[in-house]
Design a protein around this ligand. Structure first.
Ligand SMILES: [Zn+2]
Length: 355
């Protein structure tokens, strides 16, 4: 059967950028039940806000698609503050404002886990706002930052709607960008952040371990876990995602015995890292096995999409409707299934293997 999938013609929520609520020194999350569209009526401006005293990661809600609690940028506070992932281009102002509300007037580093629109699209705009910052990404991903036109492949995946959904990334000058290899470290001021290669979700994905706090910022390497649920949903989009590498990378992450794990979608996992790793691997295997079983029977893309969806839903623990909507907004089933179809097409031998 034809394994090429087209993006379903869906609108993924309200695209209007909205501002953030921020609380000094705490996870900065929106409240899903309390949307805050548009500008607030009034707000007090404090002349000088003290930056956070903690060194723990702070999740800043980008409010991607106008929704709270589905996409975080992570601030690592300290004498040399760093931002890990920025969110998309069209919510960069939300992140800049959240940083201002936390008293962050300078960023030394902007660090990207991978070059997807929702993680790195805002890097150019935020780099303009913080001209002293150096921008880091895997050495194979830096070219997308200096020349966003290379993201054309992703535009195709999103059926030409990528910029409508995520905004237009701004190019970053080459002199400001550094490529990272496995084991490289970034100076956070008195402590270091280690870059760890974790191919799987993308070939050039990295996670980052704060060597002082043992907090691991995981990007999409573990999948998606949204507030209000323990469920971890794999994230297997086109075009170079592979389930074997994803699982090997999770085992590699486990070997560092992090004290906490922080997901881009969304925030610190509510379970201990060991349980989160187990759940993430189990989820990838479940998706993979379901896809193989159902694709033997399905006669069309639509039928495969429906049957894999039904199979996965049947194995899910109950989740509130709001969590289910959040999953579909940030991690739609069609995108994951397209990724698995793509892997099977281009790496059939690898794909056939169970892990
Ligand atoms: Zn991604």
């Amino acid at each position: 059967m034809n394994t090429r999938f087209n993006v379903r013609k869906k609108v993924l929520g309200n695209l209007t950028p909205v501002r953030l609520a921020a609380k000094n020194g705490k996870t900065v999350e929106g409240t899903p039940s309390e949307p805050r569209p548009g500008k607030p009526k009034s707000r007090k401006r404090t002349a000088r806000i003290s930056p956070p005293t903690t060194t723990a990661p702070i999740a800043l809600d980008t409010r991607i698609f106008g929704q709270t609690g589905i996409m975080a940028a992570h601030l690592l506070p300290g004498s040399k503050p760093a931002l890990i992932d920025t969110g998309p281009a069209n919510t960069a102002e939300n992140v800049i404002e959240a940083l201002a509300e936390l008293g962050i007037t300078r960023l030394d580093s902007i660090i990207l886990t991978h070059a997807h629109y929702d993680h790195a699209g805002g890097a150019g705009r935020i780099a303009e706002h913080f001209p002293e910052a150096t921008i880091y990404a895997h050495k194979s991903a830096t070219r997308y930052l200096t020349d966003p036109s290379l993201l054309a492949g992703s535009v195709e995946i999103w059926d030409g709607k990528a910029e409508e959904l995520f905004g237009s990334p701004t190019a970053i000058p080459v002199r400001r960008v550094r490529g990272l290899s496995d084991g490289d470290t970034v100076d956070l001021g008195g402590r270091r952040l280690q870059a760890i290669e974790t191919p799987g979700h993308t070939r050039s994905h990295m996670v980052f371990l704060d060597l002082e706090t043992d907090a691991m910022i995981c990007g999409d390497a573990l999948g998606i876990q949204l507030p209000g649920s323990r469920i971890i949903r794999p994230s297997t989009p086109p075009s170079d995602c592979t389930h074997k590498e994803a699982i090997a990378s999770i085992q590699k992450m486990r070997s560092y015995t992090p004290a906490s794990v922080h997901l881009a979608h969304f925030g610190e996992s509510r379970q201990p890292p060991e349980e989160t790793f187990d759940r993430a691997i189990l989820a990838i295997n479940d998706w993979h096995q379901s896809f193989i079983k159902k694709s033997e029977l399905a006669e069309s893309e639509e039928e495969l999409l429906r049957s894999v969806n039904a199979c996965v839903e049947a194995t899910l623990e109950p989740v509130p409707p709001s969590v289910r909507r959040g999953f579909e907004a940030i991690n739609p089933a069609w995108l994951n299934i397209a990724g698995m179809a793509n892997e099977r097409k281009h790496r059939p031998d690898d794909f056939a293997d169970a892990v």
